[in-house]
Design a protein around this ligand. Structure first.
Ligand code: GRG
Length: 304
């Protein structure tokens, strides 16, 4: 199968699963306690179904298939991870954080629904992600251990020693003297952790061995750091129309970034080396890693 077809197949699975587990509800004032109120549901769906590259869920499905796991079991975890990612974007865009007006080519959640409802949309997606993960785990009693470990890996990388930890340091570091160790910590946790989460989740779902897990961790970290450096570079040199969000915001906010600390050329070199290392780290999977390899190449070439 050619790359683009395979990518569309994975994205199709994710979109279909998200639509299935979070359908638009008609309940304005639900009485039985089991329906998401219509407005809350709309605010959650506004950001979740607004497009996006679906990098994290595609990585989960692709790694699962590469490792011989059952795709059917991985669909809900993939959708849950995209919900967690989307909640983090909604909250990151709030006035108390980055205060952004555009995301995924449309007004940010709080610009449309107001700050209070945007906070709830994020909270809703975060909670619903774990509710969905646990419900899915219970549906596969024969692989309960795999599902519990996958959910734990996602919670760990998204949580207070993972993405939230990185975001906390990121906020604390605005307008601070640039510092390489601090920047490495921020990038590792804010960005790379949520790109490693799908690989670990896939490995546990598929019952992969330690060696495979270590390779995937390395791949996730390299992709994550390179992805973040590229993101910082796009904020300096990218096209706002293609990105679907404003550029030049990092400098305006006094953010600690790779280009700010080391310069544009050094940032480009570092990113290139990391993308090479990412490919190298999955070379031992041979032909089975063809999609992951091509996916990394596509991300490396991204303009948005
Ligand atoms: C609010 C707890 C909390 C965390 C926020 C995601 C995040 C952490 C911050 C967003 C700012 C940022 C530059 C994060 C680095 C990761 C990144 C580049 C996210 C954007 O992900 P893409 O490019 O977005 O995969 P799409 O829209 O394609 O899904």
């Amino acid at each position: 199968m050619v790359y683009q077809e395979q990518y569309s197949r994975y994205v199709g699975m994710v979109e279909e699963t998200m639509e299935k587990i979070l359908p638009q509800t008609e309940a304005v004032c639900p009485k039985d306690g089991g329906v998401i109120p219509q407005y809350l549901c709309e605010t959650m769906r506004y950001s979740l179904l607004a497009g996006g590259k679906r990098v994290r869920p595609v990585l989960l499905l692709a790694a699962c298939e590469m490792l011989g796991g059952e795709l059917e079991q991985a669909k809900v975890p993939a959708a849950a991870l995209e919900m967690i990612h989307t909640y983090s974007l909604i909250h990151d865009d709030l006035p108390g954080m980055d205060d952004d007006d555009y995301r995924r080519g449309r007004p940010t959640n709080h610009k449309v629904y107001g700050v209070g409802h945007a906070i709830l949309a994020g909270d809703g997606l975060l909670n619903f992600a774990y509710e969905s993960l646990l419900g899915n785990a219970a549906a596969y009693p024969d692989n309960l251990q795999g599902h519990v470990l996958a959910a734990k890996a996602i919670a760990n990388r998204a949580g207070v020693t993972g993405m939230i930890a990185g975001q906390s340091l990121d906020l604390l570091s605005e307008h601070m003297e640039p510092d390489a160790d601090r920047l490495a910590y921020i990038h590792t946790h804010k960005t790379a952790d949520l790109l490693t989460a799908p690989l670990l989740a896939a490995a546990y779902l598929a019952g992969a061995d330690e060696e495979a897990i270590e390779r995937l961790k390395r791949f996730g970290w390299c992709v994550g750091i390179a992805f973040q450096i590229d993101d910082d570079l796009l904020d300096v040199e990218g096209d706002a129309a293609l990105l679907g969000k404003q550029t030049g915001m990092d400098a305006q906010r006094g953010k600690m970034t790779w280009p700010a600390l080391f310069g544009i050329e050094a940032a480009k070199e570092r990113s290139a080396r990391l993308w090479d290392e990412a490919e190298e780290s999955i070379s031992a999977f041979g032909e089975r890693a063809w999609f992951m390899r091509e996916f990394a190449r596509q991300l490396r070439a991204r303009k948005s």
